[in-house]
Design a protein around this ligand. Structure first.
Ligand code: NOJ
Length: 597
C-alpha cells in the first residue's frame, strides 16, 4: 500500500444512508469476530467450540454489538485454522455438531444478535471428497476439472506451470507425485501440478466449472435455511484467474495485497513487460458475476442477509466494485487497518473510503484487528506503525506495550465514532496485546513453516481469551488446557478483572457502543471540523445523525496537548484529559475524545 502524503483535507461527503423504508441493519452494525478455536472451550480439550461460544454469548450482548461473525467451524483438518474446509455442510467434531450450531443461532437470536458465518470458496482442503476424487480419477477427468490441475513446463514437465508464489510463501503449485501421500497410491507417478494460492493442503477450485458454482449456491442455501444472517467471503477477489494463468512476479501479502504493482514488490527487479500489471490471480472482472448470483440467492430469503467481502484490493474504487447494489453488501476496509498512525494518512483513508463507497451507495466499514494481523494494541506500539510484520517472535524488536495500548484505545474510539459499520476482533475489547514471545514449537500457522520461520505467523493474535483471572486457562477451558499458551500477564486483562472497573478497556468499549447507539453515530453524516482540516497531528470530525455537527470525534496523534474547541463537552475519552487554568479541556497525545455541545 502506498502511504498517504496529502496535507490537504479531502472533502468528506455525506455518508450513504439506507434507502427509504429499508432496515438494512448492517449499514451501521458493530460486528464482533469470533475465532472459534480461541473463544471458549466447553469440553476441556483446549480447543474452543460452539457450545463454549453459546455459553459466552451474554458477553457480546453486554458489550453491545449487533452481530457476530464466526470464523470457520466446518469439518477441516485445521491445516490453516479451518480455512481448509473438508465439508462445507458439517461441523468439525472438535467444534461440536450441527445441533450445536443450531443452538448457537437460537441463543443469539434470543439475545438480539445476528450471526454471519465464513464461506471459503477459493479453495477446499485437500481432504475434501472432491480433491480425493480428483487425485484418484487422474488427468483429464471431470473430477480434476473442479480444480486447477496443469501439466508442468520444461523437459518432462519438471517445472511448475507458471511462476506464481503462494501467499503463504514458496511456490503456488505442488506436483501430484510429490505429495506425501503419493508413494504407494494410484497417482504415485502422476506428473500433473495443482494450484494453491495458499498452503499445498488448500487446492484452488476452478470457478469456470459450472459444477463449482452450483455447489456453492447450494452451500449458501444450506446455511441460510439454518438461519444465518450472512456470509463473510474469504479471498473474495481470488476466485477467478486470468485466462492462460500468465506469469507474474509481483508479491502479494495477506491483508495488504499487492505490495507494489509497478515494480513487483520492494527490492524486486522490474517486472518483465510481458507480464500483466494487475495480478492475474486477483481482482479479475469475472468475480463480480459470481457475487451477483449470490446476491440473488440471498434475496430469496427474508430478513436482510448480507455478503461481506474479504478482498485485498486497491485502490478503494476497485474495492467498491464488490459492494455495488447488486453484489455484496460490505467489504472490509483494510486500507484503514494498515494505515500509519499519522493524521494525514488516516484522514486520506477516511475520506477516500467514504467517497468510494458513497459512489456505489454502500456503507463504509472499519476494522483494526482480525485473526490475520498483529493485534492493534501491539501493532501501534511498534517503531513503525502500518500493517506491521506477519507475527512477532521473542527475538524480534518488541512493541512498547503501554504506547500500543494507549494508541489502540484511541484508534478504537476513533473507529467506533465513524459512521458506517465496524468490526471488532475478539479480545480487542480487553485491550489484549499480541503474544509476542510464543515458543516456536507452539506455532501452528502454515506461514511460519512455509517461510522457514522468516515470518513468525499469525498464532500470536489467536491465543485463547482470558475470561476469569483465577480460573484454569483464565476460564477459557474447564481443564486448563489451551491449544496455544496464554501469557501470564493476561490474568489482569481477564473479563472479570475489567468488568465494572472504571477506565478499563472493556468499559471503554461498552460505553462507546452504548453512546454510539444513543447518539446515532453509525448512520448519518460526517464532515471535517473547520480549523483542523490540514492538521498534521489532529483528526477532528463532526458527526451527526441528522447532519454533521452533533458530535465531535477528535483524535490527537501528536505529542503535544491539544485544546478542545470551545463549546464542546467531553462525553467519552480513551485516556485522561486535563482541565486547563482557563477551564478549557486539553486532550493529550494518542487520545481520542467524543464530545457533544
Ligand atoms: C484469509 C483468511 O482470513 C486467512 O486466515 C486464511 O489463511 C486465508 N484467507 C486463506 O483461506
Amino acid at each position: 500500500m502506498t502511504e498517504a502524503t496529502t496535507r490537504t483535507a479531502p472533502a468528506l461527503t455525506i455518508h450513504a444512508a439506507a434507502p427509504e423504508g429499508g432496515s438494512q441493519w448492517w449499514r451501521e452494525a458493530v460486528i464482533y469476530q469470533v475465532y472459534p478455536r480461541s473463544f471458549a472451550d466447553s469440553d476441556g480439550d483446549g480447543m474452543g467450540d460452539l457450545a463454549g461460544i453459546t455459553a459466552r454469548l451474554d458477553h457480546l450482548a453486554a458489550l453491545g454489538v449487533d452481530a457476530l461473525w464466526l470464523s470457520p467451524f466446518y469439518r477441516s483438518p485445521q491445516a490453516d485454522g479451518g480455512y481448509d474446509v473438508a465439508d462445507y455442510r458439517a461441523v468439525d467434531p472438535r467444534f461440536g455438531t450441527l445441533g450445536d450450531a443450531d443452538a448457537l443461532l437460537a441463543r443469539a437470536r434470543e439475545l438480539g444478535l445476528r450471526v454471519i458465518v465464513d464461506l471459503v470458496p477459493n479453495h477446499t482442503s485437500d481432504q475434501h471428497a472432491w480433491f480425493a476424487a480428483a487425485l484418484a480419477a487422474g488427468t483429464g477427468s471431470a473430477e480434476r476439472s473442479r480444480y486447477i490441475f496443469r501439466e508442468g513446463r520444461g523437459a518432462g514437465g519438471e517445472e511448475p506451470p507458471n511462476n506464481w508464489e503462494s501467499v503463504f510463501g514458496g511456490p503456488a503449485w505442488t506436483r501430484v507425485r510429490d505429495r506425501a501421500d503419493a508413494p504407494g497410491s494410484a497417482w504415485a507417478d502422476d506428473g500433473q501440478w495443482y494450484l494453491h494460492l495458499f498452503d499445498s493442503t488448500q487446492p484452488d477450485l476452478d470457478w469456470d466449472n459450472p459444477e463449482v458454482r452450483a455447489e456453492f449456491e447450494d452451500v449458501l442455501r444450506f446455511w441460510l435455511d439454518r438461519g444465518v444472517d450472512g456470509f463473510r467471503v474469504d479471498v473474495a477477489h481470488g476466485l477467478v484467474k486470468a485466462p492462460g494463468l500468465p506469469d507474474w512476479s509481483g508479491h502479494v501479502s495477506m491483508v495488504e495485497g499487492v505490495e507494489d504493482p509497478t515494480s513487483g514488490g520492494p527490492g524486486a527487479p522490474p517486472r518483465p513487460a510481458a507480464e500483466p500489471v494487475r495480478a492475474p490471480m486477483f481482482d479479475q472482472d469475472g468475480v463480480h458475476e459470481i457475487y451477483r448470483s449470490w446476491h440473488r440467492v440471498l434475496a430469496e430469503y427474508p430478513g436482510d442477509r448480507v455478503l461481506v467481502a474479504e478482498a485485498w484490493v486497491e485502490p478503494v474504487e476497485r474495492l467498491a466494485r464488490y459492494v455495488r447494489p447488486d453484489e455484496m453488501h460490505q467489504a472490509f476496509n483494510f486500507p484503514f487497518l494498515v494505515s500509519q498512525w499519522r493524521a494525514p494518512d488516516l484522514r486520506a483513508v477516511i475520506a477516500s473510503s467514504y467517497r468510494a463507497n458513497d459512489l456505489v451507495g454502500a456503507p463504509t466499514t472499519w476494522v483494526l484487528s482480525n485473526h490475520d494481523v498483529v493485534r492493534h494494541a501491539s501493532r501501534l506500539g511498534l517503531a513503525r506503525t502500518g500493517k506491521g510484520p506477519n507475527g512477532i517472535g521473542a527475538a524480534d524488536p518488541q512493541p512498547d506495550a503501554a504506547l500500543g495500548l494507549r494508541r489502540a484505545r484511541a484508534a478504537s474510539l476513533l473507529m467506533l465514532g465513524l459512521p458506517g459499520s465496524a468490526y471488532v476482533y475478539q479480545g480487542e475489547e480487553l485491550g489484549l496485546p499480541e503474544h509476542t514471545t510464543l515458543p516456536d514449537d507452539a506455532r501452528q500457522d502454515p506461514t511460519f513453516f512455509r517461510t522457514h520461520g522468516a515470518e513468525k505467523g499469525r498464532d500470536g493474535c489467536r491465543v485463547p481469551l482470558p475470561w476469569e483471572a483465577a480460573a484454569p486457562a483464565f476460564g477459557f477451558s474447564p481443564t486448563g488446557a489451551s491449544w496455544l499458551p496464554q501469557p501470564a500477564e493476561w490474568a489482569q486483562l481477564a473479563v472479570d478483572r475489567q468488568a465494572g472497573r472504571a477506565g478499563s478497556t472493556l468499559e471503554l468499549y461498552r460505553t462507546a457502543l452504548r453512546l454510539r447507539r444513543e447518539l446515532g453515530l453509525g448512520t448519518g453524516s460526517v464532515a471535517w471540523l473547520p480549523g483542523f482540516e490540514d492538521s498534521a497531528t489532529v483528526l477532528a470530525l463532526a458527526v451527526g445523525a441528522g447532519g454533521p455537527g452533533d458530535v465531535l470525534v477528535l483524535t490527537n496523534l501528536g505529542a503535544a496537548e491539544v485544546a478542545l474547541p470551545q463549546g464542546w463537552r467531553v462525553v467519552l475519552a480513551s485516556g485522561a484529559v486535563r482541565v486547563a487554568n482557563d477551564g478549557g479541556v486539553l486532550v493529550p497525545g494518542d487520545t481520542t475524545v467524543w464530545a457533544t455541545r
